[in-house]
Design a protein. Structure first.
Length: 317
């Protein structure tokens, strides 16, 4: 494996989940694979889970792991080609990437959408520059349009907790005070479309996601109707994708908050969220603290999704 952006990069998804569950039983079984190999995690944005789980995954595999927070201590990087660099940016990504690559064997990149330019974001310009100019395998740790390590961890979690062969999984939009990327819901939709689940997306009108990820999945605009009989409720806020509102907040409607009343519409569903989550905006205290909340085991599975991906990369180095 040379890159991870979409579910299809993992090949047979069911096989990938089974491999992940095997790794979870003995996460140090492949320690020899990463000997004298270095993992570099490059962060253009904040992170708690991705930072820790990806480093831990690398260490489980015997790798040396390094983390670079580009915006804290490194030179400010220009990302657009052709710019006269007379502002506050001291270095261009086109030099920084090959330099970073010269010190490592595998690179993880976190670089959120900037919402300034939809094409720049949806072409995954920054991640693709890493792929093109590093010469090293590159995986997304949430890039402009996708967060595959999260969606893979989510799928592993659903596999572990499901009580039916084909559970109903509902992705619901929920309110948030700031404009957030579409990467998490995009990847969740991408992975659910490939999984053996009855998948429904619910959101207010105007929040339609990109077809590349939704691929004809069922969209139900009535949240209550969507939640009926759900086995898993996956909450997430995102900003508008569609023009002319790309990157904007269209609604802060608190009737979309996942509450005990909303969960009562489901078939005693589990609650999921990628975290970090704003309580009593996205989900009430009662729901996130309930026995049906999977947010902690879901986050813990980030180590397993990352380890499975990095293991596959190491096997092909
Ligand atoms: C980010 C997002 O919504 O994409 C990261 C989630 C994993 N969340 C925030 O910035 C709060
Ligand atoms: N879920 C997730 O990716 O969390 P972080 O932003 O803290 O890494």
């Amino acid at each position: 494996m040379r890159k991870l952006l979409m579910a299809q990069d993992l090949g047979d998804l069911n096989k990938a989940v089974q491999e992940a569950l095997e790794i979870k039983k003995n996460r140090y079984a492949y320690k020899h694979l990463g000997e004298n190999k270095t993992l570099l995690c490059v962060f253009f944005n904040n992170s708690l889970r991705t930072r820790l789980s990806t480093q831990k995954a690398g260490m489980n595999l015997g790798m040396n792991t390094m983390v670079l927070d580009v915006n804290q201590g490194a030179w400010k990087l220009e990302t657009e080609r052709g710019v006269v660099m007379d502002g506050d940016k001291s270095e261009h990504l086109l030099e920084a990437i090959p330099v970073m690559a010269s010190f490592c064997d595998v690179i993880g990149v976190r670089s959120f959408a900037n919402f300034q330019n939809k094409e720049f974001d949806y072409q995954e310009t920054i991640l693709n520059q890493f792929i093109k100019y590093s010469g090293k395998p590159v995986f997304s740790m949430e890039s402009a349009t996708a967060h595959p390590l999260q969606a893979f961890a989510d799928l592993i979690t659903i596999e572990e907790y499901k009580k039916k062969e084909r559970p109903k999984v509902v992705l619901t939009w929920a309110p948030h005070p700031r404009a957030l990327p579409q990467a998490v819901p995009n990847s969740f939709a991408d992975f659910m479309n490939e999984a053996n689940v009855d998948f429904v997306i619910t959101h207010p009108k105007g929040y339609e996601l990109c077809d590349k990820f939704v691929r004809g999945a069922k969209v139900e605009y009535d949240q209550d109707k969507a939640l009926e009989g759900a086995d898993f409720v996956y909450a997430k806020n995102w900003s508008a994708y569609q023009d002319p509102n790309y990157g904007q907040i269209l609604s802060k409607d608190m009737s979309w908050t996942v509450s005990t009343e909303k969960m009562a519409l489901t078939d005693n569903a589990y609650f999921m969220h990628c975290l970090p989550v704003r309580r009593n905006m996205i989900v009430t205290d009662d729901v996130i603290e309930s026995p049906q909340s999977l947010v902690i085991p879901e986050a813990a599975n980030r180590e397993i999704s990352a380890e499975t991906v990095i293991k596959r990369i190491l096997e092909k180095l």
